[in-house]
Design a protein around this ligand. Structure first.
Ligand SMILES: C[S@@+](CC[C@H](N)C(=O)[O-])C[C@H]1O[C@@H](n2cnc3c(N)ncnc32)[C@H](O)[C@@H]1O
Length: 220
């Protein structure tokens, strides 16, 4: 079953079941500029099935139970991150704030649940997960939103549930190369402390060929 929901200020609008389009809502972009650059992103990273990040996420997923439920936050088109998980038999649930990204995700993975919503607003399908992945999302969010998102993820992970997300190891800010917007990393120590306060332990870090830095955490 495909779940496509688009949150509006007055609540949740159900777009229907099956392959549907999420309507564009003027002046209500919570995708941090990604809806605007989707015409570049979708045929670029969104069509590169061996794109950067896939191998690190595939390796991370080896520690999850067979058929585990995994949340992909800021899933984009689902290529390549959701894709490597789906190919390995995991039950993936996507969330992304860009209607164009969600439409591309649905076109490629018509049987995978995906919600068109900001992660900070979403109820994350109202269920628990064995794992959560957020590739290229955290640093797009304000500092307070990042901290609250970590607590929110901890709230939907089962005990020993696993999280992997990308963000630089240094506390820093920079311009996003695609959108020109400001990105912010809390840095290693602040992420570690925020995870700790949320009942999660930072158990490792990784770096990929594109020099992206990964935080790997586990719920206690
Ligand atoms: C750098 S892209 C990464 C997409 C995907 N994870 C991948 O690996 O290709 C960041 C994604 O986060 C989404 N995004 C940005 N802010 C968001 C928010 N507040 N809630 C949900 N999604 C968001 C964007 O729409 C975009 O698809």
């Amino acid at each position: 079953m495909v779940v496509a929901r688009h949150r509006v200020q007055s609540g949740i609008q159900y777009c229907g079941l099956g392959v549907v389009n999420c309507p564009r809502l003027p002046n209500f972009d919570k995708s941090n500029g990604y809806e605007e650059i989707a015409p570049l992103f979708v045929p670029g990273r969104g069509s590169n099935t061996s794109g950067v990040g896939a191998s690190v996420v595939a390796e991370w997923s080896q520690r999850l139970p067979r058929g585990a439920a995994i949340l992909d936050l800021g899933c984009g088109t689902g290529v390549p991150i959701s894709q490597v998980l789906i190919e390995r038999g995991f039950k993936v649930y996507g969330v992304d704030a860009s209607p164009s990204m969600v439409a591309a995700f649905q076109a490629r993975f018509p049987n995978v649940p995906v919600e068109c919503a900001a992660v900070e607003d979403s109820d994350l399908f109202g269920r628990t997960f064995d794992g959560a992945v957020a590739w290229g999302l955290f640093f797009l969010l304000d500092i307070g939103v990042q901290r609250r998102l970590i607590a929110k993820i901890a709230g939907v992970l089962a005990r020993t549930g696993k999280l992997v997300f990308t963000s630089p190891s240094q506390e820093s800010s920079w311009q996003d190369a695609m959108t020109g917007r400001t990105s912010i990393s809390l840095g290693y120590e602040a992420y570690r402390q925020t995870l700790e306060s949320a009942g999660m332990s930072l158990v490792g870090t990784r770096r990929d060929l594109g020099d992206n830095h990964y935080y790997i955490a586990e719920k206690r």
